[in-house]
Design a protein around this ligand. Sequence first.
Ligand SMILES: C[S@@+](CC[C@H](N)C(=O)[O-])C[C@H]1O[C@@H](n2cnc3c(N)ncnc32)[C@H](O)[C@@H]1O
Length: 463
Amino acid sequence: MALDSYLAAHNLALVPKQSSYRAIVTRSPVPKGSVIIKSPPLCSFPTSSVADSICNHCFNSQVSRLTPCATSSSSSSHSLMRCSRCKSAFYCSVQCQRKAWNLHHKWLCDGMVITDNTNGDYEMLRRVCLVIGGIAKKEYLTDYDVLYETFSGLMDHKSDYSQDILEYFNQVATVVLNDLSSIKNFNKSNLTTDDLVNYLCIFGCNNFTVHDNQIFSVGEGTYPVGSLFNHSCYPNAVVMYHGNVQIVKAIEDLSSNDEVMISYIDTANTKSTRQQLLTAKYYFDCKCIRCNGNIKDVDHLLAPASSTMPTALLLELSTRQRTLLSPLLPSLFIIPISIPPTLLQSLLSQPHTPLALLSQHLSDLLRNEQWDIAAGIGYRILAIYVLCYPRYHPMIGLHMYTMAKCFWNSTSDGRTAVEEAVKLSASARAVLEVSYKDCGEINWDVINAIDDLSRMASKELNT
Ligand SMILES: C[S@@+](CC[C@H](N)C(=O)[O-])C[C@H]1O[C@@H](n2cnc3c(N)ncnc32)[C@H](O)[C@@H]1O
């Protein structure tokens, strides 16, 4: 089978597993920071909010220097080309425009839909049907045979969907079949409404949100190979994107025969919220090392925010966090899973300030350029992140980078703040390097920006 040899070429294997049907395991040790597998989407499309600022084919951003799917690194693109016919599709290069044209745009250009969350199913289904139905020119799609074989074998959980949802899927399937039936030769594909309903069921529990280098959502994609990885609330791998190419990276050292696990949801949530999200969309009860209690959970710090914090308390908390947590920064990286006891003690003794509330305050403080208070609150958030994300998770690194910027911009603490900026940028780099290395120039730009900040701050310390 094409899939087995494809996985074997990446030192991976798909093995049966009772609790989750199948699982991906390593066939040799994989050091943290390694690319486990890179795979293209069967289909993908950008979200409406960014559709005019990223290439609708490869998701390369307007301002980036490298086009992931262009043949030469000199094909720089600082403004996107617009489809002159529909005026709603944008491309970074002629190559991308040609690929999109031959895969779907030729048939969808007239009825181009500006996609949003309500018609994402419709948009994805039309594209998948053009590919599977033999209309799209498959030579423009990388690894089609593997993608198709894998997609066809994915779990659809059809019996778990409610009658209402299946009826909605049936309506979408009917509209799409009707739309596509006017295309010459589409009827030869013999695709039925039932087939399309099955595809929609597969999308529901397998599709991915594509994100940029700041983990902001930029699109949706059907990634059959990535869909083979099971979920853990304390994953040993993360999903990165170079444009719309999906890259699974190890964030822990893996031994031979270890199961590779990613997370399907934001794991900075209480156990009950995580379980609800996973049951509602993926139809399973999570029994991962965190959910079964092998890692100390901190639900009281993750509860949803119900109110805002008075400014005086915010200030007090900010100052206290800096005093308590700044000296602990180095220890956050020494112990892989267990939490330094001093940190745990300081967190548990704090007033009840859930993460959502702190994050909300942090964004307000950043927006209002209140860097000093933001930095202190940032420490508190960092401590909570360290308790609920694996040590080398990009959320931790990106947050450290935000904090480094706060200290660098802060005016009140002089040299101490600059020292904090240096310390935090070094930590941010150490964490982000693991997931961002070998993921293309667009991701590496974040590391370059951290290095720039670190150089400026170190220079200031030495003058
Ligand atoms: C994206 S697929 C993952 C691959 C899937 N195991 C397969 O063999 O095709 C998602 C589905 O896998 C199962 N799954 C994923 N992670 C699981 C876990 N930690 N425990 C139990 N089932 C899991 C659930 O049925 C879920 O809806």
